[in-house]
Design a protein around this ligand. Structure first.
Ligand SMILES: Nc1ncnc2c1ncn2[C@@H]1O[C@H](COP(=O)(O)OP(=O)(O)OP(=O)(O)O)[C@@H](O)[C@H]1O
Length: 246
C-alpha cells in the first residue's frame, strides 16, 4: 500500500473536520478526492505528508508512519512525497529555473550542469521549455501551476499530492493541467491524490473517487459507480455538470 489512513480524527477548536476517516490506496493508483467547500479535502491531504497531524488515528505513507512523528523525522519521506500547493507557492524572488532547481540543490549531489539539464527536461515536460529565466511575476496562473508541477516532479516522487490543481484556471488551461497529471501518473507509476471540486477534472482523470462528507469518505469507487448513488453525492455530481440518473 502506498497510503494507509486509519480512523483519523482532526478538529480545530470545537470544529470537527475529519471524523474517523479511513482509506487504503495501492502503489501507482490515482485517487480523486471530491467534496464541497470546507468539507476538509485540504486538511485530509495535509495529513498525508504530515503538514497536519491527526488528533487520533494513523497515517502511513510508503510503509512509513507519518502520524505522531516529529517534523525532523518526516524530511526524508517528504522527498518521496510531493505536495503541489493550490497557488503554486513559487519563490517570487527566484527565476523559474531556480525554482525548479531548488529541491535538486537542496536534496541531491547533482552537478550544476546535471541540474541545468534536469531543469530543462522538467520544464519541457510541462510544456514550458526555455522559460528558465522568467520571473514568477511574469507568468500566468496556469504557467505558475506548471512550474510548481515541474518543481514537484524534480525529485521523482513516489507519491504526488495535488491540492486543487485547476482552481482559478480557464477551461482549456485546466484541461491541459489535467492531461499533464494523467500523463505523469501513467508514465511514472507514482501514486497520485488529487483534491478538486471540479467534476470534469475528476471524470477526465479517471481513477478512484472519494467523496468527503461529514468528515468521512461517504463514497469510494469509480465515477460510474458514483453515478448510481443517490443523496448528497448525486446532487453534487448533478450540480457539477455530470448527468446522473434518468
Ligand atoms: N489550520 C487551520 N486552523 C483552523 N481551521 C482550519 C485550518 N485548516 C483548515 N481549517 C478549517 O477546516 C475546514 C476544512 O478546510 P479545508 O481547507 O480542508 O476545506 P476544503 O474541503 O479543502 O475546502 P475548499 O474546497 O474550499 O478548498 C474549514 O472549516 C477550515 O476553516
Amino acid at each position: 500500500m502506498a497510503i494507509r489512513v486509519a480512523n483519523v480524527h482532526k478538529a480545530f477548536g470545537s470544529k470537527k473536520v475529519l471524523n474517523g476517516i479511513s482509506l487504503e490506496l495501492a502503489c501507482g493508483k490515482l485517487l480523486v478526492v471530491l467534496g464541497s467547500s470546507g468539507s476538509g479535502k485540504s486538511v485530509f491531504l495535509k495529513h498525508l505528508n504530515g503538514l497536519l497531524q491527526p488528533d487520533a488515528g494513523e497515517v502511513e505513507v510508503l510503509g512509513e508512519k507519518v502520524s505522531g512523528r516529529p517534523e525532523a523525522e518526516l524530511i526524508p519521506l517528504r522527498r518521496k512525497v510531493s505536495y503541489i500547493f493550490q497557488q503554486g507557492a513559487l519563490f517570487d524572488s527566484l527565476t523559474v529555473g531556480e525554482n525548479v532547481a531548488f529541491p535538486l540543490l537542496e536534496h541531491t549531489s547533482l552537478s550544476r550542469a546535471e541540474i541545468r539539464d534536469k531543469v530543462a527536461h522538467l520544464l519541457t515536460r510541462v510544456g514550458l521549455g526555455g522559460t528558465e529565466n522568467l520571473m514568477p511575476s511574469e507568468l500566468s496562473g496556469g504557467m505558475r501551476k506548471r512550474v510548481a508541477l515541474a518543481r514537484g516532479l524534480a525529485l521523482d516522487p513516489q507519491v504526488i499530492l495535488y491540492d486543487e490543481p485547476t482552481a482559478g484556471l480557464d477551461p482549456l488551461t485546466g484541461e491541459a493541467i489535467t492531461e499533464l497529471i494523467r500523463d505523469v501518473a501513467g508514465e511514472t507509476c507514482a501514486t497520485s491524490v488529487v483534491v478538486t471540486h471540479d467534476l470534469l477534472v475528476a471524470k477526465s482523470l479517471g481513477g478512484t473517487l472519494a467523496y468527503l462528507s461529514q468528515g468521512v469518505f461517504s463514497f469510494l469507487g469509480s465515477i460510474e459507480e458514483a453515478a448510481k448513488e443517490s443523496g448528497e453525492l448525486a446532487r453534487f455530481l448533478r450540480a457539477g455538470g455530470l448527468y446522473v440518473g434518468a
